[in-house]
Design a binder for this molecule. Sequence first.
Ligand code: NAP
Ligand code: SF4
Length: 675
Amino acid sequence: MSQYPNMLKPLELGHTTLKNRVIMGSMHTNLEETKDWNRVAEFYAERARGGVALMVTGGIAPNNEGGVFPGAAGVYTDADIANHKIVTDRVHEAGGKIAMQILHAGRYAYGPECVSASAVKSPISPFPPKELDEEGIEKQIADFATAAVNAKKAGYDGVEVMGSEGYFINQFLVTHVNKRTDRWGGSYENRMRLPIEIMKRVRAAVGDDFIIIYRLSMIDLIPNGSTFEEVVQLAQEVEKTGADIINTGIGWHEARIPTIATSVPRAGFAWVTEKLMGKVSIPLVTSNRINTPEVAEDVLSTGCADMVSMARPFLADPHFVNKAAEGRAPEIAPCIACNQACLDHTFQGKISSCLVNPRACFETEIVLEKAAMPKKVGIVGAGPAGMSTAIAAAERGHDVTVFDRAEEVGGQLNMAKQIPGKEEFWGFVDWFETMAGKHGVKLELGREASAADLGEFDEVIIATGVVPRDPHIPGQDMDHVVDYIDVLRGKAELGKRVAVVGAGGIGFDVSEYLVHEGESLTENLKDWKEEWGVGDPSETRGGLAAEGPQPDAPAREVVLLQRKLERHGKRLGKTTGWIHRAALKMKDVEMVGGVNYEKIDAEGLHVSFGETRENPTLIACDNVVLCAGQVSERSLADALEATGKPVHVIGGADVASELDAKRAIDQGTRLAAAL
Ligand code: NAP
Ligand code: SF4
């Protein structure tokens, strides 16, 4: 008997059967825009081979005005249909099913041609939309139906009509955007007319033997969003149009509440889908922050939904379902919900990938074939760079040994996992250990490798990481000054007032660590909802708590400093920086920029401002924590190079200024593929 009977149970849809309860949710990867259809096909086929029941493509525009950006992928011509057929054929050969998402961005379309219910500009777009007239609305509906027909011609098993996340259809549903007074605005019946017309026309156009999913915004998380009564009414009308499945959408893109970031509790919105269970008779799918088979099984077995949708976890591991079914769940590469290589890339117009799995969307470029000539590979450093190289090299058949002076694998990830809201890093470090064991990597932990230890290896890889940068502040040797490593390793006792020097990723992390005490909110859904102001959509429109965010008092008074004059956190992740800033603001962290560090004494940190060192100011505090960035730890690399031994230097030991796990893992995996 499987450990995941509910997740692996087939689902009968009448005209077709899904082999289990797992959908790969839509993600815009920018792959379609490469027009390299072999690459697109391989991305989806790899996931089909991994056992997922049904995949939904990234958003495909029904027309030019609805594209997320000008030139966004659509299926308009016979040539487009033929290209998409390359993908669907490859997926079907691999035993999978795939539906095309029809995404009309409405006022979120990044271009001057954008259209919406009313001419109300979105706070996250510079382009005011044009208000559609009756004829314009009819055109949009017809374009949805045509897109669905073309999807069917291209061999897709179905379509998903994107009705959530604040896109076009969602914009008609709420008075937040829809100010119309004709038959498309005013009463809820009128505002609901657009999705219902679209769904009816799509079903009529494609016939009965084609999957139609409607993605419904069950909690908008914006002012004047839908009430839950309206959500139920819409779901029931959607069912009547002949939809096969209703998928859950959580929050508009402009919502100021995190919905998928790593600090959101796992399955943190399954309760919203659960509220709709029993109100319709077609299957309901839940989503957001479901990233292990255990969480999926729990959500399904407790009746929150009929199916689960996971998107990013299939970037991290295409074989999620098969590994779970085969009793190999610990081998599933975990999505840590960082957004660093997926959504952050998408929003920068780059191809998405995955921090944990750099092969995602690069399946045709990074190939881990069996090595023709197995070699002895010695790696120094068991952080993300060293471990990802070791695992990929060993998978290829090389004989790999990893040395680290620490007693555990994971390097700096072991510090990250101490930060409240970054608990996913625990599973990531465990996964390194599991995979090293599976592929026979020899771990020499607690052992400082010397040049002499490395003589026997055919290939030597130095992944020794970084050491903290010395900011040279007069007085920094005093006892009340510590660096972030001591803080995160629990070696420093800190007082109630702390000044943090350096506002990079680590300065932000350390500040979050310092203002919290007790259980992390990510581990406690009720408290997390209170902190961020998530209410019940049955009680307040859009599910925004009437009393707003209710953060606990900060555990300490923290001042976060930087020398630059720019906004704090400007260089953090595009899709997550705002969350870190908002979290610290809620804890009254004072952000001070443009400083010169003059000295530290018993009273605290003395700073001045500007080139002329004006306005001398004392930041009175009990402790100063140094988070001034890092420099490469290259001593072993330099010693080996001096002996003439060729070495590969990767990760932070190679480039500290850009040090992050994404770059380190990508570099390591590519190196392993080439050994
Ligand atoms: P960082 O991002 O390079 O930030 C270093 C900070 O130290 C900056 O605020 C910099 O600001 C300051 N600084 C630099 N030189 C200094 C000096 N000589 N004296 C005083 N201050 C100085 O480095 P990090 O915070 O250590 O993070 C390292 C990497 O870890 C990041 O690049 C990131 O990729 C990754 N990381 C990311 C996150 C995240 O995104 N949430 C979290 C943790 C780690 P000024 O020069 O303006 O003073
Ligand atoms: Fe998940 Fe991060 Fe990978 Fe995106 S980059 S899929 S969030 S682990």
